[in-house]
Structure formats: C-alpha cells, structure tokens
Write a protein of this length. Structure first.
Length: 147
C-alpha cells in the first residue's frame, strides 16, 4: 500500500512552544486570555498586587510574554527597574501548565534583559522556583511573621 503523502511542512513531532513578547500596543487584546493565569500567580505569592501588575502591563510599563504552540501554554510579566547601582529585569508573575514545555523559554527573557542593559533577572515567586531554574540562586530572602 503506498504511503499517504504528507502536507508540506508536516512534522510527526508536536508543535514547538515559542515565546512571544506581546507588542505593548496589542496587550489589551491578549490580556483577557491570560489575566486568570497572571492573577493566580500573583495571589499565590502575595508579593505584589494584581491591579499594579495589570496596570503596568496594560500601560506599557511592563511587558507581557506568552508561551504559544497554537494555544497559550503559559504567561509571564516583566518590568525593568533601576536600582541605585543597576538596571534589573524583574519577572513579576509567571504561570502555566506543563512547565517542562515552556520553562526553557526563560532564556529568551534573559537575553532581552541583557540586551536592555540589565545586570540581572530577578524572580519574585515561590521558593520552589530555586529548584527548577539553573543558574539562579537565593540572593535575599523575605522573612515574615503573621500578626
């Protein structure tokens, strides 16, 4: 029996996941599709306010990144901040299913930060990130006592 011809560009492998930095002029179109992911990540850590991250991102003071393979697999937000010594890129929120698909894409955000003249990328998140991110270390901690 002859083989069935495959369409041009067909691959037996699953589509690869790519990282897309959403054009700040189009964030309003994408935000409703990722708001629950971003808000959930922010609420889990309680390190910032969902309205602040949303406002910064929607007004172009932060960037929205999506992991995409024909569908949104994950979403993240970043902002650039100048400290007294350096410019830094802060990953302010990140969430998505099947981390092994999109975690390798973090290198693209790191490359963006380097191109912008940042001295480092900082991640505001749960302690568990330290176990899965090569090259990242615990620099400071936040101690907290409930009152």
């Amino acid at each position: 029996m002859p083989a069935t011809p495959r369409p041009t560009g067909f691959s037996a492998l699953p589509a690869s996941v790519e990282l897309i930095c959403v054009d700040p002029k189009r964030v309003h179109e994408i935000w409703p599709l990722v708001a629950d992911l971003i808000h959930g990540a922010i609420r889990r850590t309680n390190l910032s306010h969902t309205a602040d991250i949303e406002t910064d991102t929607l007004h172009g003071d932060g960037l929205l990144w999506i992991a995409w393979d024909g569908a949104i697999k994950a979403a993240a937000t970043t902002s650039l901040v100048r400290t007294d010594r350096d410019k830094i890129c802060i990953l302010t929120a990140c969430a998505g299913a099947d981390m092994k698909l999109w975690l390798p894409l973090l290198g693209r955000i790191e490359a963006y930060a380097k191109a912008e003249g940042c001295a480092c990328v900082r991640i505001y998140g749960r302690r568990g990130w330290a176990r899965v991110l090569d090259g990242y270390h615990t620099e400071h901690i936040i101690l907290e006592r409930p009152l």
